[in-house]
Design a protein around this ligand. Structure first.
Ligand SMILES: Cc1cc2nc3c(=O)[nH]c(=O)nc-3n(C[C@H](O)[C@H](O)[C@H](O)COP(=O)(O)OP(=O)(O)OC[C@H]3O[C@@H](n4cnc5c(N)ncnc54)[C@H](O)[C@@H]3O)c2cc1C
Length: 338
């Protein structure tokens, strides 16, 4: 077990924020994790589990232990006529896992291509894109209870998945380390190409027959054209969630702003496109120093080089305030503020 002190996290978060961890280490297995947690470095509340650092904004130095997850491995654990059950180490890169599924003909995660980060963080906020969320392919996960020092299994119901939500962000926040995630993937694909942008891209690619490879490639093309590459421009994807408002409120807003973008969410709510609201407030392409709002997608806040976390956080505050003033809608941050 190697513990580093005063360790810079700049290369360990996709925003590229330069903060330091008092202690930093990696774990490669559950046993390895136990060994570190039993060491004397841990005081209550001082532990941060780090995956790919793609959904975090570090606002200060971490006065404790940052543990980078390196548990790897993919294993088929079961199958029946229709499904294949695959268990994946939580430190595996998400997109590498998606590519593995595509190569092996395991269907279900192709719409989730190119999402940064690790498999272990995917259930945290029930990652989603292009009409699919991980809850749609989730089988179960194993997580280590930090205080009780035991491994627990969580079923789909136990995780209480919602829109960018799970028990691990709410009632079990900071209590568990997810060590593996198992997925239930289809042997015969049921394609989900209903998102307009996917259809258009497939046509542009000249695809005649749908396949999981084609959908994955279409998603990769769309994402690459509209999202900033975090290796070049720091960001954490969508900074805000799409807000859900009661339908009557949506109809009121629609009368005033006929172009407002919203999708039915359940029987009584509408999910608004936060990017549209932010754009209408004039933020798209805004830049102050190195902190900004991405020119192609207003939902993404960016660090053009040396922005501080405070500058990015303050910008997010200003955006939230202006959306509230103009539309009476409260935005919620999707990114975890640390
Ligand atoms: C360009 C870009 C595009 C993106 N697009 C999408 C998208 O389309 N859809 C989407 O849903 N998200 C998207 N994201 C956000 C992000 O990629 C996902 O939320 C991803 O799952 C985060 O994984 P991570 O390993 O980087 O997590 P981290 O940022 O390292 O961690 C996020 C949170 O999870 C906790 N955590 C991480 N691993 C574990 C574990 N094993 N056990 C317990 N807690 C853990 C951390 O402590 C932290 O609180 C995007 C981000 C970027 C930069």
């Amino acid at each position: 077990m190697q513990i580093r002190e005063n360790f810079s996290l700049k290369l360990y978060n996709t925003f590229g924020i330069d903060v330091k961890a008092k202690y930093f280490s990696t774990f490669h297995s559950v046993e390895n994790l136990e060994e570190i947690l039993n060491s004397r470095l841990l005081t209550p509340g001082s532990l941060l589990i780090l995956g790919g650092g793609s959904n975090l904004l570090f606002t200060k130095n971490v006065d404790g232990l940052v543990l980078k997850n390196e548990i790897k491995g993919i294993e088929i654990i079961d199958q029946d006529n229709d499904f294949i059950y695959v268990k994946v180490g939580s430190g595996m890169n998400w997109h590498e896992f998606v590519l593995h599924c595509i190569e092996n003909g395991f269907a279900g995660v192709e719409n989730l291509s190119l999402i940064p980060g690790n498999v272990g963080a995917s259930p945290m906020q029930n990652i989603g894109a292009y009409g699919v969320e991980i809850k749609d392919v989730f089988h179960q996960l194993e997580a280590y209870h930090i205080n009780e020092k035991i491994l627990k299994t969580f079923s789909l119901n136990d995780c209480e998945f919602g829109y960018r939500e799970s028990v691990f962000k709410r009632k079990y926040k900071n209590q568990f380390v997810i060590t593996s995630v198992s997925f239930r993937l289809r042997k015969k694909a049921v394609f989900n190409a209903s998102y307009g942008a996917i259809q258009q891209e497939l046509e542009k690619m000249g695809v005649k027959e749908l396949s999981i490879q084609a959908i994955s490639q279409a998603v990769i093309n769309i994402r690459s054209s509209k999202l900033p590459d975090w290796k070049k421009i720091g960001n954490a994807g969508s900074f805000f969630k799409n807000p859900q408002i009661p339908q009557y409120k949506f109809h009121e807003l629609k009368r005033i702003y006929p172009g407002i973008v919203g999708f039915p969410f359940g029987s009584e709510h509408t999910k608004l496109a936060a990017g549209w609201l932010i754009e209408q407030c004039g933020w798209k392409g805004y830049r102050n120093g190195d902190a900004g709002c991405y020119k192609k997608q207003a939902l993404v806040l960016v660090n053009y080089g040396n922005a501080t976390a405070k500058e990015i956080f303050d910008l997010s505050d200003e955006i939230m305030q202006s959306v509230k003033n103009k539309f009476g809608v409260i935005l919620e941050r999707e990114v975890n503020i640390v």
